[in-house]
Design a binder for this molecule. Structure first.
Ligand code: ADP
Length: 193
């Protein structure tokens, strides 16, 4: 299996690039943010529980996030898929450890972490802009957007060290056209095989 993590702050373009990588490399795309938004939309018990966190731009507790991820991967991974692209997961060290265990159970592991680098002012601009059309409550309010960045730097950015220690962390310039960034990501992916 080819398992990759698309890493980077909110608004860095993970979702856009994950879709392109999914198609090109025949991967299962797992976005924990999309899973949570779908639960909220369908008004499930889990949706009701996680809504407060998404609205405030806070992380959903690890235990619930890890369980959702495992269930989603187990029911959506098909034999024709070459592996998984993780988008928005892991976001904490306990999530990264749980992911290693989850993949080890499948005799697999993370091949590479591709980190999209974008400066803060560009991120805030992109997120507020997305809020105008996405209908996402967490994009529409500048205070929530800035809180998400703070949460990212405090809780998620330290994961870079976790993957640097495993020699799996690669930085990619996340500013430029979608095609340019995709080409850089593909170059890194092609180094793997
Ligand atoms: P973005 O990358 O733009 O912040 P996401 O769709 O990845 O958007 O995440 C939206 C929200 O979903 C987060 O602010 C958080 O509340 C919740 N979420 C998504 N993934 C995780 C995760 N791995 N752990 C905890 N909470 C998460």
């Amino acid at each position: 299996m080819l398992n990759i993590i698309l890493f980077g702050p909110p608004g860095s373009g993970k979702g856009t690039q994950a879709q392109l990588l999914r198609e090109h490399f025949k991967l299962l795309h797992i976005s924990t943010g999309d899973i949570f938004r779908s639960e909220i939309k369908n008004e499930t018990v889990i949706g009701k529980e996680v809504k407060q966190y998404l609205d405030a731009g806070k992380l959903v507790p690890d235990e619930l996030t890890i369980r959702m991820l495992g269930n989603y991967a187990d029911s959506n991974l098909k034999t024709e898929m070459q592996g998984i692209i993780f988008d928005g997961f892991p976001r904490t060290v306990p999530q990264a450890e749980a992911l290693d265990d989850f993949l080890a159970n499948k005799n697999s592991s993370i091949n590479v972490v591709l980190s999209l680098e974008v400066n803060d002012e560009e991120l805030v601009k992109r997120l507020i802009n997305r809020g105008l059309t996405s209908g996402r409550s967490d994009d529409s309010n500048e205070e929530v957007v800035r809180n998400r960045l703070k949460v990212y730097y405090n809780q998620t950015a330290p994961l870079a060290d976790f993957y640097l220690a495993q020699k799996k962390f690669v930085s990619i310039r996340g500013v430029g056209t979608i095609d340019e960034i995709f080409a850089h990501l593909c170059d890194e992916m092609n180094k793997l095989s």
